[in-house]
Design a protein around this ligand. Sequence first.
Ligand code: CO
Ligand code: CO
Length: 326
Amino acid sequence: MAQVLRPLKGTFLQEDFPDLIVGLAEPDDSAVYRIDGNRAIISTTDFFPPVVDSPYDFGAIAAANALSDVYAMGGRPLMAINLVAFPDGLDMEILSEILRGGADKVKEAGAVIAGGHTITDKEPKYGLSVTGEVELDKLLLKSGAKVADKLILTKPLGVGVITTALKQGVIADNFLQNAVRSMSRLNNIASQLAVKHNVHAMTDITGYSLLGHGHEMAHLSHVGLRIEFNRLNWLDGALSYAEQDIFPGGMNRNQDYFAKWTKFEGNFADFQKQLLFDPQTSGGLLMAVDPTVADELLHDLVSYGEDAFYVGDVIEGDGELIVRDV
Ligand code: CO
Ligand code: CO
């Protein structure tokens, strides 16, 4: 994606848009544009083909995923626009259920769907373009992680493995329902708690996997991350499907690209390494937080019902990732 976007950097010069706080220079979860003083609007979009069979759940997951990039900046969503692709001849009731799932999620977020656009396409796709707001002194970037920070993740991992098991027809129903619940969950409360506890850096874990998004945070913060494999939480079923080599194609692409920054220390089976490159849909927030407030933040997250856990800490470096099995 970064390569495809390169022509933008020739057309739009950073210095010509001083109010564009995030967008042209370092990549982050959303674009941020100052409107006056300390106030800024946030803009982001995401859409994709169905990840589950239930149209309603798909709509809810796609909306939670798109809204998450606003939460990853420490912001609040204000309004959203539906982005829809739908095949000619497919039952319109399916589309209506997708939109209902998305609308319920946007309503839960306290925002409003204010329009949309539909095109005809062979495969359904759904997502949102989201506009939000943030106070600039509370803006949370991928950069900002400091050596000795603790790393907290707010949702379990293994979404790609679970949705691939679904596509292969081998998923157990309780495992699927559990994963749907996790993917549908908004990152709103986690984001508010991160702002309250002055987290140093934050991003959400989505298609590039824990190590891919972790690398971005490490690289942009000019630090390294040390991940403790035994601390990681996995969706029920993810470990056993991974052991049966049930991975989405995106895992290999992530591993091919991000493995060069990753060092595994200890004894890891191949499937354990591959799990760390598993692409997530609507994953949790990865936070780098000062060690003096980390316990309090984690306690708050858990008491608000988040499946939050420590994943490791920030070390010296420049984008490197170390994964330990101790
Ligand atoms: Co993101
Ligand atoms: Co995104």
